[in-house]
Structure formats: structure tokens, C-alpha cells
Ligand binder design. Structure first.
Ligand code: HEC
Length: 142
């Protein structure tokens, strides 16, 4: 009995140690866990994602880096398109934010250099969640 209790403590200590030593890297935005049975909040490209680009990105990206984030061009410039500066990686891989250059560029990940927008401002958690949800949900032109 006593030995069973002490082995539980050892496991607890190991887990605590492992969590404590986890590397502090990557995007600071931590997505909310998906709760089974909870309704998914659909992210719409035209009414939710595009306005973020118009507000924060379009001053530089009618063409900077070969990327047009204007209303008529943003979708076709992003989804399944090879990055200009980070080829052969893809700007938006439907369903996979971590494989998408766009996600890394906006979420303060160091993978592709400068965080967008590169002018000292950052997208809010809400805006980041919208972009991430949209990519995760299949990056539809919805
Ligand atoms: C002040 C100008 C400026 C603003 C505003 C800006 N960008 Fe950029 N962006 C750049 C420059 C310069 C590069 C090229 C250097 C680099 O890749 O970091 C770039 C590169 C990129 C790339 C990589 C393109 C490729 O395929 O090589 C993406 C994706 C991107 N920006 C997305 C965004 C998004 C999304 C926003 C808005 C949240 C944004 N940018 C706002 C200047 C800007």
C-alpha cells in the first residue's frame, strides 16, 4: 500500500518536472481547446478575416513581397500559394495553421522572421483566433 502511494508521488513529481521544463518557444497565442460537443464558431473569410487584412495589412500588401491582401486578391494570393520569401512553404495550407506561413507571420512565431504587421503593433487575440479558426476550418472562400 505504502509503495503504491509513493510511486504515485514519483509520477506526479516527474510530470511536474516535465511541464516545468517545457520549452518556452513558439507563438504566444494559445488556442482554446476544442470541447467535444460544443458548437464550432465558424470563421468567415469575407466578413471576418478580410476586414483584418484591410485594417492592418493592406497599406503594405497591395503588392509587398508579392502578396496582395486586398479584397479581390487576398484569397487567391494566400490559399495553396507558394510563399515568395519562404518557398517552397505555402502561405495557407487549409486545415493546418502550423504549416501555413501566414499563421507564423501573424502569431509572433520566429519561424519566418518579422511578425506582421511589422510596425510595432500586433493583432489582438481575437483577430488571431479568427485567422487560426479560418485556416483550421479548411480556409474556405466563405
Ligand atoms: C509596414 C508594411 C507591412 C505591413 C503593414 C504588413 N506587412 Fe507583411 N510584409 C511586409 C514586408 C516588408 C514583407 C517581406 C519581409 C518578410 O517576409 O518578413 C512582408 C511579408 C509578409 C508575408 C510573407 C509573404 C511571402 O510569401 O513571402 C506575409 C504572409 C505577410 N507579410 C502577411 C502580412 C499580414 C497578414 C499583415 C497584416 C496583419 C501584414 N503582412 C502587414 C510588410 C508589411
Amino acid at each position: 500500500m505504502t509503495s503504491r502511494i509513493s510511486s504515485k508521488w514519483i509520477i506526479l513529481c516527474l510530470v511536474t518536472l516535465a511541464v516545468g521544463c517545457a520549452k518556452d518557444e513558439g507563438p504566444i497565442f494559445i488556442p482554446k481547446a476544442v470541447v467535444p460537443g460544443e458548437a464550432i464558431d465558424t470563421a468567415y473569410f469575407s466578413t471576418e478575416v478580410l476586414p483584418i487584412f484591410t485594417q492592418h495589412c493592406w497599406t503594405c500588401h497591395p503588392d509587398m513581397s508579392g502578396l496582395d491582401l486586398g479584397a479581390n486578391m487576398a484569397f487567391s494570393n494566400l490559399v495553396n500559394v507558394t510563399s515568395t520569401n519562404h518557398a517552397p512553404d505555402i502561405r495557407v495550407v487549409p486545415g493546418d495553421p502550423m504549416a501555413s506561413v501566414l499563421w507564423h507571420k501573424v502569431s509572433q512565431s520566429p519561424t519566418y522572421g518579422l511578425t506582421m504587421p511589422p510596425n510595432g503593433t500586433f493583432l489582438t487575440d481575437e483577430e488571431l483566433r479568427t485567422i487560426r479558426d479560418w485556416i483550421e476550418q479548411g480556409a474556405y472562400d466563405n
